[in-house]
Design a protein around this ligand. Structure first.
Ligand SMILES: [Ca+2]
Length: 222
């Protein structure tokens, strides 16, 4: 009799501990997904992405799960340097946010059931500092597959404007997208070999302003 009572007590204790452990049916979890750009000249590596180092502007989707009893979802986005003041707060189950400034961030999901039991999950990552590098030659219409476009190499560039002119100041190309390059054509035809000039104005996620101008040599072997 005594023995079975003890067993029942132990079993009750175990069930109680188990239910405490799962927070009474709430368990916060975050799944994050970075919107990828198809930009070969954005110099961010797969290893950096695995290490959660992203290039701005970084659009990240956050999907929350809260367990079967979760009723309330609250998201907080913090800079790691100031976890007292959220820069954004949302009450949807799933959210997305565009990160334009470099630095370290923490995203917190808080879930609660109807009795106000709460569980929390966190996701940390870094928005990298900016980088901009400009080549000085390319070979459109020659050696296909190699240097066919004039493109910058970059990371975390949030504003961009590039203009290319010939030696008489006639505009050959203009773009506000750092992922795009000039294919060496003007009005549908490849331009002559020789020297052209670029002017680039850009701004990085870290506030760095770039003003670059220089020569571009168009090379062709024939
Ligand atoms: Ca080429």
């Amino acid at each position: 009799m005594k023995k079975s009572f003890l067993l029942l007590l132990m079993l009750t204790a175990y069930i109680y501990a188990f239910s405490q452990d799962t927070g009474g049916g709430i368990k916060a979890q975050i799944e994050a997904e970075l919107e990828r750009r198809d930009a070969l000249n954005e110099k961010i590596t797969e290893t950096e992405i695995e290490d959660r180092i992203f290039s701005a502007p970084a659009v990240i989707h956050f999907y929350g799960t809260g367990g079967e009893d979760a009723v309330y979802y609250t998201w907080y986005i913090y800079r790691k340097s100031d976890t007292d003041n959220a820069i954004a707060r949302y009450t949807d189950e799933n959210i997305y946010y565009t990160f334009e400034q470099s630095g370290e961030y923490v995203v917190v999901l808080e879930v609660a059931d109807k009795d106000e039991n709460v569980d929390q999950a966190q996701y940390s990552f870094t928005i990298t500092e900016s980088f901009l590098d400009v080549p000085n030659y390319f070979s459109p219409g020659d050696s296909p597959g190699s240097n066919d476009e004039f493109r910058v190499a970059y990371k975390s560039i949030v504003k961009f404007r590039m203009a290319i002119v010939n030696r008489w100041g006639v505009k050959m190309y203009e773009s506000t997208d750092p992922a795009k390059g000039w294919d060496g054509r003007h009005k549908g035809k490849y331009v002559n070999t020789g020297v052209y000039f670029y002017v680039i104005e850009a701004q990085g996620s870290d506030g760095v302003k770039y003003r670059k101008r220089g020569d571009i040599n168009i090379l062709r072997s024939r």
